[in-house]
Design a binder for this molecule. Sequence first.
Ligand SMILES: Nc1ncnc2c1ncn2[C@@H]1O[C@H](COP(=O)(O)OP(=O)(O)OP(=O)(O)O)[C@@H](O)[C@H]1O
Length: 246
Amino acid sequence: MVAPPDNDVLWARALHFTHNDGSPALSGVSLGVQEGEVLAVIGPRGSGKTTLLRCLSGLAAVRRGEVWFNSVPVHKMGPTARERLRRDRFSWIDPAPSLVPELNVWENTALPLMLRGTSRRRAKTAALEWLVRLDVGEVARKRPHQLVQAERQRVCIARALAPSPTVLFADEPAAPLHRSDRAQVLRTLTTAARSHGITVVLASPDADPAALADRTVTLLDGRRVNTVHLPPATETEGRAACSLSV
Ligand SMILES: Nc1ncnc2c1ncn2[C@@H]1O[C@H](COP(=O)(O)OP(=O)(O)OP(=O)(O)O)[C@@H](O)[C@H]1O
């Protein structure tokens, strides 16, 4: 077994992944992510971006290939150890916002901090700061159902940044936003991550985030390729963006 390079916070080698129904998702992907780097993973729908992020973050168990986090072999961890790793070191943003309906916005944002042992008071202060930064400070006391989709997604982004994770996995984080909001939200996310030294792995079906990233990796049919033709962002917006009208 070859040890990963010292300056890579994440490192994957010859990653293969097949879904339970036999659908192939990754076919020998290798990559390294350096500490503090913003890495864009781009590729068309179904190219394996989500599966790659799930494998790197320990959400999906790796059966063939290796994933290392800070020289720790994630591929050898059991489900409990991977869950602890995700709770303590990683954050995740889904393309569609998902919040706890019974909690208000600041409580949702503070939750990951409290799960990591931060006091409620300190977690609330941090949550409110991040909500203001994401332009949703004024809805801090509302419940998720009182927000529009774009606001809920901004809350999810604040929640992911609030604990200052070592790595933030962002799977199409701007998908539910109007096109005019996307660049601003992606810029806020990447700027905030850089100022806090957070490593970001950001998946996108269009090339828009590449301009904000330090480096771009392109996937096609579960493999890394050098270039791929991607349709303009307007054609890749999909269902989430269509359902968002304020
Ligand atoms: N739960 C699943 N069961 C079976 N096949 C799946 C599952 N999830 C994804 N796949 C398949 O695995 C391949 C990679 O999917 P993945 O979601 O990782 O790609 P993606 O690039 O993130 O696409 P998208 O932008 O549509 O989310 C595709 O062929 C997809 O149909």
